[in-house]
Ligand binder design. Structure first.
Ligand code: BES
Ligand code: MN
Ligand code: ZN
Length: 527
């Protein structure tokens, strides 16, 4: 990725600041005014702060509201041109929908929509009037706005050598945004929240970038180099286990997947708040484990051509773990957090592992191979074993684009959570909900675990068509141990073709925000 970094066109981070100045006096390219829905004809009263702006504009906002052209509906946008009446070159009204259901996610998306509108018309500087609402404190909206702007500004355009053909002249970037709070007393809290939002969103964009990188340029060794670079930048301890070390540790499940490719595997370990060497641990250890299949061809159980496209994203779990670890360091999470990534490439060749092989995993348990396309669970089996033996974590969360069945069950609207500990699963669902990332539980019972036993080995790799996401998790459970563990299948949400207010398609970086929220709540959750 080093080459990509040097010729990078976009993705310089937006400078986000917070101030308590008068919106109408703000000199800016875009004055963004976020508003919840206005009532029916008669009680379409503008909020106090907006009324002040409206007076400067000679009543233009009231006029467009009266005409019905703008009523604050969700995703509604309307640009006004003050022509010298206000210090801003343009005023952009952005709807938030009903006040009743207002939450951070709506504000995050509105900020993203505003940024995209501005960048389609030349970009420049934004000033954003934070929504005034009893439902959402200004600090919470400041955080959401910072996230929305930075997520929406992300582009994967480093490999195009020509500027885009459509609207090239008009399109530009937003480099700065100032968030305007109403009272000076709100500034401090809003500034802290915006800072956190910037760290979260830039880390999520890192996860997107890693996932978007093409597999010829980001094989396991390159992913390890990128993780190392990030670790050095933010002060994480980093360790990369080379193939010889993986063999010495007899991680036979992960190594079997890797053996078909000339791109050799790596185990990447990132550590935050690592105890000094020889010192006893004083903090809780939480482990994050990511599936890092840099390309999944299916191996000898080769995928059909159409299913193989986008399999560069099969390391999105790993990308989320690396992105989350960056945020963990920047936000100084008070726990000992270990991020482990099993990085491999799954290829068919004369040296590839086969269906019918019997593998001995790092744990010593033997595995009957039934489908080389179920490679992710093999990588995770050894990564889970490794992190347990090495760090004895109090809880483990793994993330993986593990099963197509997950997308069948939940569609692009949610990721699956499956595990051995109800409270941990609930913590993940609630945390995701709070940050706009949906997780939904699927069951894992003893019948599922028993279903994965093999007649000729300790466990079999696959469980057939029924309950594919659960049976994959059931396989993992044989390696995950008894401490609280949650498996997050993100195959349904890791990448998308449809553009939205926060992204233009490609990798989503799903999981980064939820993981940080989980870690934030972890101490009080008392698992
Ligand atoms: N990486 C895939 C899962 C996947 C599929 C992610 C589609 C994103 C989109 C995984 O390695 C896989 O191939 N799983 C198989 C498992 C099966 C062989 C038991 C699947 O889901 O078909
Ligand atoms: Mn596969
Ligand atoms: Zn895979």
């Amino acid at each position: 990725m080093a080459a990509a970094t040097s010729k990078r066109r976009g993705n310089a981070t937006i400078q986000v600041t917070v101030a308590s100045r008068t919106p109408a006096e703000e000199t800016t390219d875009w004055l963004v005014v976020m508003m919840t829905s206005l009532g029916g004809e008669d009680d379409a009263r503008l909020p106090t702060r907006v009324r002040a702006i409206d007076r400067t504009l000679g009543g233009r906002i009231a006029a467009v509201v009266e005409m019905g052209d703008f009523r604050g509906a969700r995703d509604q946008r309307l640009a006004l041109y003050p022509e010298g009446k206000a210090a801003a070159a343009r005023v952009l009204l952005v709807g938030l929908g009903d006040e009743d259901g207002l939450d951070a996610d709506r504000v995050r998306r509105a900020a993203g929509a505003a940024l995209q509108a501005a960048e389609q018309r030349g970009g420049g500087k934004l000033a954003i009037v934070l929504p005034a609402s009893r439902r959402l404190r200004s600090a919470a909206s400041a955080g959401a706005v910072a996230e929305g702007l930075i997520l929406a500004s992300y582009r994967f355009d480093q490999y195009t050598t020509q500027p885009p053909r459509n609207g090239a002249a008009a399109s530009g970037r937003v480099g700065q945004a100032v968030l305007l709070v109403e009272r000076a007393a709100e500034t401090r809290a809003a500034r802290a929240a915006a800072g956190r939002g910037v760290n979260l969103a830039t880390s999520q964009n890192l996860a997107r970038q890693l996932s978007n990188e093409p597999p010829n340029l980001l094989p396991p060794a390159a992913l390890a180099r990128e993780a190392t670079r990030v670790a050095r930048e933010v002060g994480l301890r980093v360790r990369v286990l080379e193939p010889a070390e993986l063999r010495r540790r007899k991680l036979g499940a992960m190594l079997a997947v890797a053996q078909g490719s000339t791109n050799t595997p790596r185990m990447i370990v990132l550590e935050h708040n690592a105890p000094a060497r020889g010192q006893k641990r004083r903090r809780k250890t939480i482990a994050l484990v990511g599936k890092g299949v840099c390309f999944d061809s299916g191996g000898l159980s080769l995928k059909p051509a159409a299913s193989m496209v986008k399999m560069k994203h099969d390391m999105s779990g790993a990308a989320a773990v690396i992105g989350a670890m960056r945020a963990v360091a920047l936000l100084k999470v008070p726990h000992h957090v270990v991020g482990v990534v099993g990085a491999v490439e799954n290829m068919p060749s004369g040296t590839a592992y086969r269906p019918d092989d019997i593998l001995t995993s790092g744990s010593g348990k033997t595995i009957e191979v039934t489908n080389t396309d179920a490679e992710g669970r093999l990588v995770l089996a050894d990564a889970l074993h490794f992190v347990r033996g090495e760090y004895e974590p109090e809880a483990i969360i793994d993330l993986a684009t593990l099963t197509g069945a997950c997308a069948i069950a939940l569609g692009p609207w949610a990721a699956a959570v499956v595990g051995n500990h109800e409270k941990l699963s609930e913590l993940i669902v609630a945390s995701g909900e709070a940050v706009g990332e949906r997780f939904w539980p699927l069951p894992l019972w003893d019948v599922h675990r028993d279903h994965m036993r093999s007649r000729i080995a300790d466990v079999r790799q696959t469980g057939g068509r029924d309950a594919g996401t659960t049976t994959a998790a059931a396989f993992l459970s044989h390696f995950a141990g008894d401490q609280p563990w949650a498996h997050l299948d993100i195959a349904s949400v890791a990448d998308t073709e449809t553009a939205g207010p926060l992204h233009r398609g490609g990798a989503t970086g799903f999981g980064v925000r939820a993981l940080l929220e989980v870690l934030d709540r972890y101490g009080d959750a008392k698992l």
